[in-house]
Design a protein around this ligand. Structure first.
Ligand code: NAG
Ligand code: NAG
Ligand code: NAG
Ligand code: NAG
Ligand code: NAG
Ligand code: CU
Length: 191
């Protein structure tokens, strides 16, 4: 009974830690990059893009047409252009929630020329076949931003946009740290 109660508490703590909020920095140091450029995410994970410099988007495409917004079966999500004023006190951010961890999600930047520079991003790209590296190579091979529409099955994640003070992003990572500590304490009790 007692053990069951502790094990249940541990399981719920671990499940909270398991659904993470992951941050991707866009345009760090004035580069045309998403950092990191490809991530592994679980259902319920919130991916937050922090636009720190330049004038970029994060726009959903397909593996077949890396540099064109997905149109079918649903219109792919996009942050729209997020220009950043140098030295601004607040940085714009854009978030979406991963709804299906077995469907890879593909993204690019709509700014003219950036996709062909390899400014692409993926969630849960396979380790073989349609890899992130193959997707990025296909984007670079377009030589320019394609205007053709894309097709392909993919689940459309829900999204939201906001301007987030830098301090809010810092407190968010702090709370993730506290959850990790709490889980560690319960794990210690079980040993
Ligand atoms: C992730 O973000 C969502 C929405 O902002 C929030 O409800 C949830 O508590 C966050 N989870 C973690 C582990 O920070
Ligand atoms: C930005 O610059 C910092 C400091 O030089 C470096 O640690 C970081 O890796 C750079 N990020 C990118 C995406 O180039
Ligand atoms: C960002 O880029 C878009 C598309 O090129 C353009 O319409 C917009 O004016 C740009 N914004 C700024 C502030 O440069
Ligand atoms: C997740 O995606 C896979 C592959 O596209 C699909 O077979 C599965 O039905 C989806 N699951 C949910 C819950 O939508
Ligand atoms: C990201 O892609 C690189 C190759 O481009 C690969 O080595 C790495 O494992 C990938 N990371 C994830 C989290 O998929
Ligand atoms: Cu860009």
């Amino acid at each position: 009974m007692h053990f069951f109660a502790v094990a249940t508490a541990a399981a719920s703590l671990f499940s909270v830690v398991y659904a993470q909020n992951q941050t991707v920095v866009v345009g760090a140091n004035g580069t045309t990059t998403y950092s990191p450029s490809n991530i592994t995410a679980n259902v319920g994970d919130v991916i937050t893009f922090q636009f720190v410099a330049g004038n970029h988007t994060v726009t959903q495409s397909t593996f077949a047409s890396p540099c064109a917004q997905m149109l079918t079966p649903t219109t792919g999500i996009t942050s729209g252009f997020q220009p950043v004023t140098s030295g601004a006190a607040q940085v714009p951010s854009f978030s979406f929630t991963v709804n299906n961890a077995t469907t890879p999600l593909w993204f690019f930047c709509e700014h003219v020329g950036h996709c062909a520079k390899g400014m692409v991003f993926s969630v849960n790209a396979p380790a073989t076949g349609k890899t992130f590296a193959a997707f990025q190579a296909a984007a670079i091979a377009t030589g320019a931003d394609a205007s053709a529409s894309a097709s392909g099955a993919s689940s459309a994640p829900s999204s939201s946009s906001s301007t987030t003070p830098s301090s809010a992003l810092i407190s968010r990572s702090s709370s993730v740290g506290l959850l990790a500590v709490a889980a560690g304490l319960v794990a210690g009790l079980l040993l």
